[in-house]
Design a protein around this ligand. Sequence first.
Ligand SMILES: Nc1ncnc2c1ncn2[C@@H]1O[C@H](COP(=O)(O)OP(=O)(O)OP(=O)(O)O)[C@@H](O)[C@H]1O
Ligand SMILES: [Mg+2]
Length: 454
Amino acid sequence: MSLRNRLLVSILATLLLSLVAGGAFTYWHAVAKIETEMQAAIAVGSRIAHNAVDDWEEATDPARRLALLVADFEGDRHLRAMLVADGKVLRSSQVARAETPAPAWLVSLLAAPPKEVAVDLPPVFDRFGTVILQTDPRNEVAEVWSDVWLTLSVLTIFCALVLAFIYWTLATTIRPLQNLTTAFARVGDGDYRERLNERGPLELVRLSQSFNQMVARLARSEAQNKRLQQQLTSVQDEERADLARDLHDEIGPLLFAADVDAVAIEQLAKAGEYEDIPHRVGIIREAIGRMQRHVRDILGRLRSAMLLDVGLAHAIDNLVAFWRAHRPKLIVRVDVPEESFGELIDGTIYRIVQESLSNAVRHGAPTTISIEVRANADRSIDICVTDDGCGLKAGTAPGGFGIVGMQERVATLGGRLEVANRTDGPGVVVTARLPARATTAPARSYESHEATLQ
Ligand SMILES: Nc1ncnc2c1ncn2[C@@H]1O[C@H](COP(=O)(O)OP(=O)(O)OP(=O)(O)O)[C@@H](O)[C@H]1O
Ligand SMILES: [Mg+2]
């Protein structure tokens, strides 16, 4: 059931319940009132009858007196007077007729059966009959009936107005919720242009504001993801081209040289000049050794996950060796413990060092870079990469994703990362703190592994 119908049904149920409770109370009250009125009518009627005949000693015509007594009750609202003799009604007064008579079922529901009381008259009247007073509750019930009608009409108008007002309020309040549902469906389909009107009740304004903020953030993340994806693809392409160049430039000549030497050995063997062969074999072995080293370097770059096999310190050494090959004059100081902090943390540290190193070389033109990873006694880890390059340019909007990526990785582990200019000279310092490690391999040692590459 929709929210609107549910609210309407519960309000209707509440109104009906109030109506039933009010009806029960009215019934109880009406029954008591009619009973009291009937008793009062009999008491008053009896007194009137007695008063009417209290001068009986002077009565010259008792029969006429009795007829006048009965006539006195003509048009009474609650009592009928009857003159009865030998079981026959000789005279009877008429009860006044109600303007709006109550239905018979209501009379039998509310009123007790009519009561009859014989008026105690002086003995002089005995032989002319007995005067009996009989209650008639119909007028009293008619009064209750018209009261109930009035109350019911007012209540019905009130309920109808309340329901109409609530229906209208709900309709205007729920419409934005329907818009919200549609908007959510659109966002679910990947349409991040959807925005909600920030109007209406305060709660809905807040909801719409939060929705709009969420969609704006999603749109930004989506755009960032796309750019990252494109960048990743171009980085991968660059990496592949780089590898192809390396294979071509480094391995190609060595293979060629080894082939030339192998041909030479064959010719020497045919010519019987065996003394030159060991020298040629030595050259081939040297070429194979160099090829092995190159292949290992390439593997290291292809599979950074290899760091899990070779260890964090060694993986960072490989990284440094890569940059040393490209920037022979660069001095890189490495101070990384030999221990493993676990796959996830090792991976994060490696990525921070990789991006900081790459940023320093690409943007800062430094002469020295120092990389420091320190495991603290409280099991947190500090990472610090410092360069002495040109530093961050003030006012330049960051266009890349390297720093954002580092920050995201660190935030995932509950840590924080900062990239700032050094205070003790030119250059940039990247500092990150990873909180106490949840699961790590047992620390083998905190002994530092230091390397200076020139
Ligand atoms: N060590 C540094 N020295 C000088 N400038 C730096 C250094 N590190 C970062 N920057 C500046 O901060 C900017 C943002 O760096 P970030 O790594 O986020 O992006 P990027 O390196 O430009 O691109 P990407 O990393 O996505 O390839 C850089 O463009 C550069 O201007
Ligand atoms: Mg970068």
